[in-house]
Design a protein around this ligand. Structure first.
Ligand SMILES: [Zn+2]
Length: 151
């Protein structure tokens, strides 16, 4: 568990390129206890703080949610592999640098890790993993994406 004591400290966990886009949600109260992940969304953006391992510092990513109307087809989240319709899984984009962005289909509220203890829905792929295994695997995918593309 890591404690983030102030807004300034939280902002420092984000990359320079993202920092100006970070917006706090009113239910984030300092000091903030940070477990494996913490996600929130404000308007067109969603924010994720994650820690690859308990001994590593947290890192933050800003996601831009596609505001365009998407056909209501169920899609699979690339991180937790949940299958959701009604906009539950959306194309989210992240700035790689000043010119390039990368898009991913993800749970639009980024609740991938926090929801991994829930019973998989009827549309999800049966994988035979328990909640802790799903959470660990999702966190590994998040970390891999972040180290390859962003940090
Ligand atoms: Zn997900």
């Amino acid at each position: 568990m890591e404690m983030v004591t102030s807004e300034l400290e939280l902002l420092r966990l984000f990359r320079d390129i993202d920092r100006a886009d970070v917006e706090l949600s009113p239910d984030l109260i300092f000091p903030l206890a940070l477990d494996e992940t913490l996600a929130w969304a404000v308007g067109p953006r969603a924010f994720l703080l994650f820690r690859e391992r308990p001994d590593r510092p947290a890192r933050g990513i800003v996601f831009h949610r596609n505001a365009g109307t998407v056909p209501d087809v169920a899609a699979m989240c690339e991180w937790c592999h949940a299958v959701r319709g009604h906009g539950g899984v959306k194309l989210l984009s992240v700035s790689v640098d000043a010119r390039r962005r990368v898009g991913l289909y993800l749970c639009s509220d980024l609740s991938c890790v926090s929801r991994s203890n829930e019973v998989p829905g009827p549309d999800d792929l049966p994988e035979g993993l328990d909640g802790a295994q799903r959470a660990a695997r999702t966190l590994e995918r998040i970390s891999r994406f972040a180290s390859r593309r962003l940090f």
